[in-house]
Design a protein around this ligand. Structure first.
Ligand code: ADP
Ligand code: MG
Length: 265
């Protein structure tokens, strides 16, 4: 059984791409066969995993339009996962898919052809709620929402939840809301905790444990073309390893997801 996870939030800069790369590397390190899918025309995931999007002849774009099979565009990544890369061409896929019937199912259909080769597929959604994100949510078993622990972080969450509800009603009744992953978390301030409490209270969403701490290593890693798990040990990498173990216990053994307990003050 392949488990497919969409990482989505229409807000940019909330650590979607960092979460996909780091969680993917952590799951691969735990022996899982992992496929990462870059659905963002900005191709930050592709770039951060050491591939130059400008040098690619085929990507998720061709796959979504049916001009290439998924298997032919996959790339190797140093840390173990494989990657379905993005290029800027994906920006045009939105418009081209709009004219096609069944457009929300393009990714789901393509992934079905390679599902046997992977235990986990993680989809990096773009910062919008357009056709590409609808494809990611339609192809997924569950959605994880990274949320930056700062003021007004909750803005847009309601809209995202409505989109998830639409997908559940129309294209993917099986889609589960896994929960919110607190990112860029600063445990030294009460502010981060207040933001979490507010979100948990407002939307009744589970807060996945552990929160990912803010650490300077992440910026260094994405600049160097490798995920944060390579290089010296640090608390960000450790948090993603714990998250990977938390998710695997849930998927493999049906264990209850470990969540963050925040009291509303
Ligand atoms: P998104 O994909 O949601 O736009 P990114 O994963 O690209 O977000 O992250 C946005 C920026 O925040 C990047 O520069 C990234 O390196 C940085 N970042 C992500 N997670 C952390 C963290 N835990 N600590 C510090 N910086 C982080
Ligand atoms: Mg991104």
């Amino acid at each position: 059984m392949t488990f497919t996870l969409a990482v989505a939030n229409q807000k940019g800069g909330v650590a979607k791409t960092t979460t996909v790369a780091s969680l993917g590397a952590a799951l691969a390190a735990l022996g899982r066969r992992v496929l990462l899918v870059d659905l963002d025309p900005q191709a930050c995931l592709t770039f951060s995993l050491g591939h130059d999007p400008d040098g690619l002849t085929a990507s998720a774009h061709e796959v979504l339009l049916g001009d290439a099979t998924a298997a032919t565009v996959l790339l190797d990544v140093v840390e173990g996962p494989r990657l379905m890369p993005a290029t800027i061409d994906l920006a045009g896929a939105e418009a081209m898919l709009l004219m096609r019937p069944g457009r929300e199912y393009a990714l789901k259909r393509a992934l079905a052809t390679v599902a046997d080769d992977f235990d986990v597929v993680i989809i990096d959604c773009p910062p919008s709620l357009g056709v590409l994100t609808l494809n990611g949510l339609t192809a997924a078993d569950a959605v994880l929402v990274p949320l930056q622990c700062e003021t007004l972080a909750h803005r847009g969450v309601g809209q995202l939840l409505r989109t998830v509800a639409d997908v559940q009603a129309i294209t993917n009744p099986e889609l589960a809301m896994l929960g919110v992953l607190p990112t860029l978390y600063d445990s030294r301030t009460t502010h981060s905790r207040d933001v979490l409490a507010d979100v948990a209270d407002r939307y009744q969403l589970p807060l996945l444990s552990p929160p990912i701490p803010r650490t300077v290593r992440f910026a260094e890693a994405s600049a160097s073309g490798s995920s944060v798990l390579t290089g010296p040990r640090n608390k960000g990498a450790q948090a993603y390893r714990e998250l990977a173990e938390n998710l695997l216990a849930h998927w493999d053994d049906g264990a209850q997801l470990v969540t963050v307990d925040v009291a509303v003050s």
